[in-house]
Design a protein around this ligand. Structure first.
Ligand code: ADP
Length: 469
């Protein structure tokens, strides 16, 4: 079986969030059993020398609405997986993946249409059996593969339904999509064109990244306008829980952290906490350390954190925040960090720092309004950091109340209602756990023993691919 796995971001070449993590870990795990090729755009900020990325000498010219786009393929081998890269000036000569922080480029339809045409071209060249597409950026490849009459089966994964790739209908000719797709049963969406609808409609199987999210998105509350459409296609919709690369996130062998620890030898975790608190110049080792790592967008519950900062500022805890995104959150959080010495803010994207924070923290705060899967909580548990989360989507599937006896992986503090008060009660619950130090250590150990590795997820995908024939 030959698999072509396409994504707009793959770690370590380019990453803005969980999509890159999964697009790295899943093909790596699958390549043990399937002939796998991963493909992504060759953005100009990717370090070609470092990753030994070389031209293949192959490519093609694509005519879209009177403009000719030149496409060249590059390749490298990384962690045992063959990677192809698509280079085209419009697609790749940018400083950010999708746009500057908090925004998006106004030619993203053309940029990712070029990528999708390249994916379909590669499916043909490589005689691919399964084309696995991810999120809206690659969704257009599903109708393209079908229209080209290729024998490949298509699997489409929704990592986040909130980003659907909706463009004005005038974008259709510019993207090379056949106009017969512009109907309500297909890609038309309130007068615009919706790429995600195309991915759902034209794929043989649709997956999303946790069982709970697969159910939630069929309800109007979480369906982002596509709940009815998803219900119509539910026969081919599967919720497969994501996983993490436990070699990359491994407190015993992580070069990015200043100490090594494991489930069997957890004591060193406290050294990581001391080192990190020193790094951020907060002299409060005895207080519980909460961290928030993520995009500054409404989805991640930033409004509730902002609403509660005065209360948090007065509580016996330290909250360290790492992230970037919408300006309004940046301003409000910066103000809070100035006012309260137990709130620390680091604006930006910093992979190594995030590892130091996972290793140092007692708790991970993840109050997402909705969460397709969420990797942060799985990474946190691997580092013995107890999650404090909103009971939605993948968080519901991976975190269970620490007070409950059932041995379900993993354990943490949860809140059900969607508001800041409920989040604060979950923080209070975590503070109680912190006071019961022996119990906390038991929960830590339990969480570190949970298997959130990508291997289980890869097995499910293999079954799915095989079921498509
Ligand atoms: P998302 O919705 O952003 O994809 P996930 O929980 O699925 O959320 O994945 C987030 C991934 O991105 C995790 O690996 C997390 O550690 C990482 N991450 C998010 N923000 C930052 C940041 N500012 N610096 C470093 N890593 C980050």
């Amino acid at each position: 079986m030959k698999l072509l796995f396409a994504a707009a971001e793959i770690f370590p070449f380019a990453k803005s969030g969980g999509l890159a993590d999964m697009s790295h870990a899943l093909p790596k795990a699958l390549s043990q059993s399937v002939e796998t090729v991963s493909v992504m755009p060759l953005y100009r900020f990717i370090d070609k020398e470092r990753y030994a990325i070389e031209p293949t000498g192959q490519g093609f010219s694509l005519d879209l609405d009177g403009t000719t786009h030149t496409i060249e393929y590059f390749k490298t081998e990384h962690e045992g997986v063959s990677h192809l890269f698509v280079y085209n000036e419009t697609l790749c000569e940018v400083d950010h993946l999708y746009g500057p922080p908090g925004g998006c480029y106004n030619n993203n339809d053309i940029r990712f249409a070029i990528f999708c045409h390249a994916v379909a071209d590669l499916a043909k060249r490589l005689d691919t059996d399964i084309v696995h597409l991810n999120d809206w950026h690659t969704a257009l490849a599903a109708p393209l593969v079908k229209d080209m009459g290729l024998p490949a089966h298509t699997v489409y994964t929704i990592h986040n339904l909130a980003y659907q790739g909706v463009f004005p209908s005038s974008s259709i000719p510019k993207t090379g999509l056949a106009s017969h797709h512009f109907t309500m049963e297909d890609m038309e969406f309130y007068g615009s064109v919706n790429w995600m609808k195309g991915g759902i409609r034209h794929s043989d199987a649709v997956t999303t990244v946790s069982p709970s999210y697969a159910l939630e998105i069929q309800r109007s509350e979480y369906g982002c306008g596509l709940d009815g459409f998803l219900r119509k296609h539910r026969g081919k919709l599967h919720g497969i829980l994501n996983g993490i690369d436990d070699e990359l996130y491994d407190p015993e062998n992580d070069a990015a952290i200043p100490c090594r620890f494991s489930r069997e030898r957890p004591a060193n975790k406290s050294r990581c906490k001391r080192a990190y608190l020193k790094e951020i110049d907060i002299d409060k080792y005895e207080l519980p350390l909460f961290v928030f790592i993520g995009r500054f967008v409404e989805q991640k519950g930033l409004d509730w954190i902002v609403e509660a900062v005065d209360e948090i500022g007065r509580m016996p805890m330290v909250l360290a925040i790492l992230g970037e995104g919408e300006e309004r959150y940046h301003v409000l959080l910066e103000e809070a960090a100035r006012r309260y010495e137990n709130i620390h803010l680091r604006f930006g994207y910093d992979e190594a720092l995030s590892h130091r924070m996972y290793a140092a923290a007692d708790f991970l705060l993840m109050p997402s309004r909705f969460e397709p899967c969420g990797l942060n909580q799985m990474i946190a548990m691997r580092y013995g950091t107890v999650p404090v989360v909103h009971r939605v989507g993948g968080l519901r599937d991976t975190v269970h109340p620490w007070r409950e006896k059932a041995l379900l992986c993993g354990k943490g503090s949860l809140f059900e209602r969607s508001d800041a008060d409920a989040m604060m009660r979950a923080i209070g619950d975590a503070l109680e756990l912190y006071e019961k130090r022996r119990h906390l250590n038991r929960i830590r150990k339990f969480d570190m023993g949970c298997d959130f590795s990508i291997r289980k997820c890869a097995e499910r995908y293999l079954e799915l691919y095989r079921s498509l024939g």
